[in-house]
Design a protein. Sequence first.
Length: 377
Amino acid sequence: MKPTLKPANPRFSSGPCSKRPGYDLASLDTEALGRSHRAALGKEQLGRACRRTAELLGLPEGYRVGIVPASDTGAFEMAMWSLLGARPVDVFYWESFGKGWKSDIEQELKLEGARFFDAPYGRLPDLSQADPANDIVFTWNGTTSGVRVPDADWISPDREGLTLCDATSAVFAQDLDWSRLDVVTFSWQKVLGGEAAHGILILSPRAVARLESWTPPWPLPKIFRLTKNGALIEGIFEGATINTPSMLCVADYLDALDWVESLGGVSVTMARCDANFAVLERFVAATPWLDFLAETPETRSNTSVCLSVDLPADRVKAMVSLLASEGVAWDIGAYRDAPPGLRIWCGATVETGDLEALLPWLAWAYETVQEDATAEA
């Protein structure tokens, strides 16, 4: 039977992700709109965004938070082009975005001594191959595969190299061991449901020391430059952005941070993600035609949950379209480079009740497209 109860919010996209519960555009502080971001008001709001991010995430002493151009991609490219090359680098990748970092290192930066460790969708590469003498590049949570690293124990606390981590769908959702991460990037439009366009770059003191002691042999465009005359440009981490930011996006991000604080902090946003994932976990366990793309339980993402469906690819696509047309789930098809299936965002801004309401619709859509295929045959 066709279900009658629909999710109140059918936005299960993995990026940009659903706005926080109760979001109201009219509640944003828009005083800085139409003003220079270099004015005192703009710099105060940008600086506050950096400081509050560090406070809410509980970053160690000396870690810096900066707002940079071009979302998580821009932040991570900036880190690679500015920091890599001083040591050999070990690159671990198992989905499309990690593969993109590998491609840049291999084909654009052309780093000598680079080692690449990969795994197919659904698995992790052999992380034990990481050499403490080398830099490390990896994605904490594979947004397009639903596979995450279970912890950072494989990263040596006594490493000589730097750890560069793309954590865009993990920050505010998963427990990151900051002591083992020297560079972390993320974007506002993931776990916090903020607006896109800007990236966050987090640097440890070790990363800053590299920046101030290493000059890459390749030219750097202006928007990648983090140092001047051999010293870190501290203004980037205090509200003086490299390029002109959207102050509306900044106001939106500050609203998201207010929401995190009102909940009780990052421990609560992580708990919300875990509770959402548990809804799908129970459903998958009771559903023979559905399975996680991630093969090992401890590597399964609690944000970008990727599912394999026991249907041909065209029927999976029909299932996704049917759910969208009914207004119960938008944008839940697998990423274009990933195996056919479903990808359901379970981040902190998603309400558990909406996921529970979605489940009967998944079963109905599966049965419907299967019956349609039988009729066509």
